[in-house]
Design a protein around this ligand. Structure first.
Ligand code: ADP
Length: 238
């Protein structure tokens, strides 16, 4: 009966996922089709053409992000067994992430920096998946922040050999009753903020998968109006 329950639950989740994807696709597609139709029918004034084209492009880009995230999720689910693990320098990855997201942080006047010990921190992992995990956490910390806010990436190792990666922000925070749901696919606290900042609602679901593949634990601490801290604790090397 336990197995039946599990299969039933998985089926239900798959159905829900398909329904969500259809809904997420429909909104941008309807908007693209609508604006294109106005232009085609000659209903758009010359001065409308540029803003309409802008909306069409923005919605098309949203579909691209959504497709990328859906593909990534399904690949993570399929290839569980055959992912290449190597020695990865966690601090170097975090530093690269800070560098590549610095532009996003600056455009929102958010201070983004890394706090790490001098010595490199090596863990066994898949480099590109860990890059993705870091990127998603950091990108969220910047997007759900305020002008003048701070985001800190911290890498460290405990005496008993556990290495951790922490992304800490002093942004808008997550309400207590939503904290257990944010790692679910398409769950968002504020749908309009997520969409306006380019979110797909899949970032943390991807993070959860990548953590699981690495045998890592995820801890979320958050307070509304004070900020959010997400800590990833990796298993010991042996
Ligand atoms: P999205 O693409 O919407 O950002 P995610 O799966 O990455 O999707 O996150 C799910 C939701 O969790 C977000 O819509 C947002 O409401 C909330 N969230 C994630 N990270 C943070 C954060 N650092 N601070 C506040 N809220 C966050």
């Amino acid at each position: 009966p336990e197995l039946c329950k599990k299969i039933y639950k998985e089926k239900k989740q798959k159905k829900q996922f398909t329904a969500n994807v259809s809904h997420e696709l429909k909104t941008p597609l309807t908007s693209i089709a609508g604006y294109a139709e106005l232009i085609e029918n000659g209903m758009a004034r010359p001065e409308d053409i540029k803003p309409f084209a802008h909306t069409i492009r923005k919605q098309a880009l949203r579909l691209v992000s959504l497709a990328e995230d859906i593909i990534q999720l399904s690949q993570l689910e399929e290839n569980d067994g055959e992912i290449l693990f190597e020695e990865v320098n966690l601090t170097e990855l975090a530093s690269d992430c800070v560098q590549s997201l610095q532009i996003n942080a600056q455009s929102r006047t958010v201070d983004l920096h890394l706090a790490a010990p001098e010595a490199p921190i090596y863990i066994k992992g898949n480099k590109s998946l860990l890059e993705e995990l870091l990127y998603n956490l950091c990108d969220n910390a910047i997007r759900y922040n305020r002008p003048g806010g701070k985001v800190q990436l911290i890498t460290s190792c405990t005496r008993d050999g556990h290495c951790t990666l922490t992304v800490k922000d002093n942004g808008i925070g997550i309400p207590k009753d939503a904290q257990s749901s944010v790692f679910e696919r398409f769950y968002r606290v504020d749908k309009s903020r997520s969409k306006a900042t380019g979110g797909t609602g899949l970032g943390l679901a991807i993070v959860k998968h990548i953590a699981r593949i690495h045998g890592a634990r995820l801890k979320l601490e958050s307070q509304v109006d004070e900020g959010t801290t997400i800590t990833v604790t990796f298993p010991t090397a042996d």
